[in-house]
Design a protein around this ligand. Structure first.
Ligand code: CP
Length: 297
């Protein structure tokens, strides 16, 4: 059966542990030798494009980057027909899309693994990199991450990844921007913990890691003014970091809007692991693609 990675809980806890073990490993088999990977982007990217391209190279394959508009998903032809066609040439089809239902439709039609490179609902490769970063610093199982700000696609994947790996997420967000009852139920079905508050200081209290993301994403520019206003109390600054546990780390998937969701002194400070986190996007992508192609640790 062809496996896809559209959200991190497409994997079981044991399967995610295998992916993480591959990600921590040094040597990788050239499982993609002589094969290609299509990397479709409807939105811009720095980390995801470069890490995934280099992951395919390190696996012995040939990545083909497809810029926004080139294939025209659901414009030139349907998402299903794009996936069917690219499956003829590639060992994997990877895509960054606006609408999660598009990548679901691609996975439904593809005959090779489909990997979500970010949708409005999820960012599974980012979550794997986040766990690799936590694992190398404060640990994962039994640890609590405080997320300040919008319960975004990145936060949602992190909550599910933590649940699969024995960690917990506390979200501090203004009313209407936190996790829904369905989000909490999904995490709890995995045996995890996802709690919400509107108090950023309370969320940060004793946390092993503090994480956040930009207050508005591409496609949300019209809401930027309102979002800057409602999220201002949720900025991660030195007072927030002081509430966290001793040795706590700061994470951010990047790109950061310096001075908005995080202050420079935190982003550039000693607790910040954001560059390790960015670096971990490569082993995360390499491990996930290798696992989908049948490699096991
Ligand atoms: N974190 C992340 O996905 O970065 P890019 O948007 O640059 O790929």
């Amino acid at each position: 059966m062809t496996r896809h990675l559209l959200e991190i809980d497409d994997l079981t806890g044991d399967e995610l542990a295998e992916v993480l073990a591959l990600g921590r490993g040094e040597a990788d088999p050239k499982v993609m030798a002589g094969q290609g990977a299509a990397l479709l982007f409807e939105k811009p990217s720095a980390r995801t494009r470069h890490s995934t391209e280099m992951a395919v190279v390190q696996l012995g394959g040939h990545p083909i980057y497809v810029r926004p508009g080139e294939i025209g998903i659901d414009e030139r032809e349907t998402a299903e027909d794009v996936a069917r066609t690219l499956s003829q040439f590639h060992a994997a089809v990877c895509a960054r899309v606006y609408d999660h239902s598009v990548i679901e439709r691609m996975a439904g039609a593809a005959s090779v693994p489909v990997v979500n490179l970010l949708s409005d609902a999820s960012h599974p490769l980012q979550a794997i990199a986040d766990l690799l970063t936590l694992d190398a610093t404060v640990g994962v199982a039994g640890r609590t991450v405080a997320w300040l700000g919008d319960y975004s696609n990145v936060a949602r994947s992190l909550a599910l990844a933590l649940a699969l790996a024995g960690g917990a997420l506390v979200v501090a967000a203004p009313d209407g921007y936190g996790p829904t009852a369905d989000d909490v139920a999904r995490v709890e079905r995995l045996g995890g913990s996802l709690t919400g508050t509107d108090d950023p200081q309370a969320a940060a209290d004793g946390a092993d890691a503090i994480s956040t993301d930009a207050w508005y994403a591409m496609g949300q520019e019209a809401e930027a003014g309102e979002r800057r206003r409602v999220f201002a109390p949720y900025r991660v600054d030195a007072t927030v970091m002081e509430r966290a546990a001793e040795g706590a780390v700061f994470l951010h998937c990047l790109p950061a809007h310096r001075g908005e969701e995080v202050t420079d002194d935190v982003l550039d400070g000693p607790a910040s692991k954001v560059w390790d986190q960015a670096a971990n996007r490569l082993p995360a992508a390499r491990a996930a693609i290798a696992w989908l192609l049948g490699v096991r640790p």
